[in-house]
Design a protein around this ligand. Structure first.
Ligand code: ARG
Length: 502
């Protein structure tokens, strides 16, 4: 009994000292560093002077300096993450980032989806036109004109209100200005400070902005709804507004005295309560429009690719050496470079190049997309055709020739029909790839299915429902196509035919 008591006492002592040492150890480990929290800020880095890549690829800009200063003032570390502009609010809703900084205007619609900091910058929209343009001076004069905008921006919303305007939507503001330079649109609606900076920095003497601002807007730092970090961000922002740091940063980028900022903008507290079914059914008409465009593109480019690919595939088997080389080079190029790059090159690069020689030339998004997709798929189809033809035994050619058929007739009546049947499965693959690849046309603002979806999200911020619907639609389309090809394959199978026939 006594012994037991003693050992129990010993046991307690051991536990106590163990606890103490753990406590000391943890104090020792944590105290010198005093964990500073790190906040992840999403940004769309093609918006000078607010956020863009510096000479060495680092992020620079007014917003970047501002966030660093706020972090210092409110004692948190900052990490940036690049993103598309229309992905910022969805990312905040999904809480994959802690905040965003992207010259984002505080609007009532956005306030339904995210919480904004106090305003940190005063801006407004302006119309950019070619320097020699005299007739576009106001919103009114933009009626029935072609306008380029950046997806998901206040500029895009403003453009939508103009009657008869043909709007082209791009992933970033520089692309929309390029579009204006190339003469594909009559105007760009964008934030005035950003457009002015682009004109000045890049010496775009060909462009100017109209004198009157269309709107008065305030930028804010959006955070997820109910974010615990908003208070720190606001505290830091207030500190640097009061201690002169803000003014310093403002002077650095704008070379001017900063304007007075309000402490708040009107807060719209209504949260959106529209349910999933309504969201999807509201989106369906526009998505279906996108489906029609996507199918049309796929069939047209598949058809053109098939013609081009067959010719190239046959030419590759030719005995004329230069022809073989040329077709090999063609295939290597179009298979070896990303389709996205090809689309951008055809749409933006080639017109810019041609215009460099003083020739007026432009491509619309449709033509550019059809060109890129057809040229690209022709390269793949050429290989399918070549392999298909080569897979037919030599004996077939010999037999055809011994029957007196010429080279072209042999190809047309003997080799090609047999080869086609073998080519069907890889052609089906190519068709399905093509169908999905049409979504890349969204980068040049072509309104196919994906772009329709992104435009809807840019207005309602319901990324999950819309992207899921878009994905399901693509899936249905590809499943239907693969069924159709399977049917075609069995229909073309002579064994099946003779079974049914006999
Ligand atoms: N202020 C405008 C808006 O909130 C445009 C911002 C664009 N920002 C950017 N980083 N691309 O819609």
């Amino acid at each position: 009994m006594h012994r037991l008591f003693q050992s129990r006492k010993l046991g307690w002592g051991l536990v106590l000292s163990l606890c103490l040492s753990i406590l000391c150890l943890s104090l020792f480990i944590t105290s010198p560093i005093k964990a500073q929290k790190t906040l992840k800020f999403a940004t769309e880095p093609t918006f000078p002077p607010f956020e863009f890549q510096g000479k060495n690829g680092e992020l620079v800009g007014f917003d970047i300096d501002l966030i660093q200063a706020i972090g210092k003032a409110a004692d948190f570390q900052v990490q940036f993450q690049n993103m598309q502009f229309d992905g910022l609010i969805p990312a905040l809703q999904a809480k994959t980032v802690d905040a965003a900084v992207s010259a984002m205007t505080i609007t009532p619609e956005r306030q339904k989806a995210v919480d904004f900091s106090r305003p940190y910058f005063k801006a407004g929209l302006a119309i950019a036109v070619k320097a020699n343009n005299q007739d576009i001076t106001s919103l009114k004069s933009l009626q029935n004109k072609r306008i380029a905008v950046q997806i998901g921006t206040t500029g895009a919303l403003e453009a939508k209100k103009i009657t008869g305007a043909k709007i082209r939507t791009f992933d970033n503001a520089p692309l929309s200005l390029q579009e204006l330079l190339n003469g594909n649109v009559d105007a760009v609606i964008n934030d005035a400070p950003a457009t002015l900076y682009a004109i000045k920095q890049n010496n775009l003497k060909l462009l100017k902005i109209t004198s009157q601002l269309l709107t008065e807007e305030y930028y804010g730092i959006p955070t997820p709804k109910g974010s615990p970090n908003l208070e720190d961000i606001n505290k830091g922002l207030t500190t640097i507004l009061n201690n002169g740091t803000y003014e310093q940063i403002y002077r650095k980028w704008f070379n001017a005295q900063p304007p007075q900022l309000p402490e708040t903008t009107t807060i719209d507290n209504a949260t959106s309560s529209i349910n999933t079914i309504t969201i999807i059914s509201n989106a369906l008409p526009n998505l279906l429009k996108g489906v029609v465009v996507t199918l049309y593109l796929t069939i047209l480019c598949g058809f053109l690719g098939m013609i081009g690919g067959s010719l190239i595939g046959i030419a590759r088997l030719s005995s004329i050496t230069p022809l073989r080389w040329a077709t090999t080079a063609y295939i290597d190029f179009f298979r070896g470079t990303p389709l996205l790059v090809q689309i951008l090159m055809i749409y933006f690069g080639i017109p810019a190049l041609v215009q460099g020689f003083g020739i007026k030339f432009s491509l619309n998004p449709f033509t550019a997309t059809v060109l890129a997709l057809s040229l690209n798929s022709a390269a793949y189809i050429a290989e399918i055709v070549r392999a298909g033809i080569q897979s037919i035994e030599k004996g077939q050619t010999e037999a055809a020739q011994s029957l007196g058929l010429g080279a072209v007739e042999t190809m047309r009546y003997v080799i090609f029909p047999q080869a086609l049947r073998r080519m069907l499965p890889p052609l089906a693959n190519e068709f399905i790839t093509l169908l999905k690849d049409t979504s890349l046309a969204s980068v040049i603002g072509y309104q196919e299915l994906l772009q329709e979806g992104r435009l809807i999200i840019a207005n309602n911020y319901r990324s999950f429902e819309i992207f899921a619907t878009v994905a399901i639609i693509y899936l249905v389309l590809t499943l239907l196509s693969s069924r159709a090809f399977a049917f075609l394959e069995s229909w073309m199978n002579p064994v099946n035919k003779s079974l049914k026939g006999g």
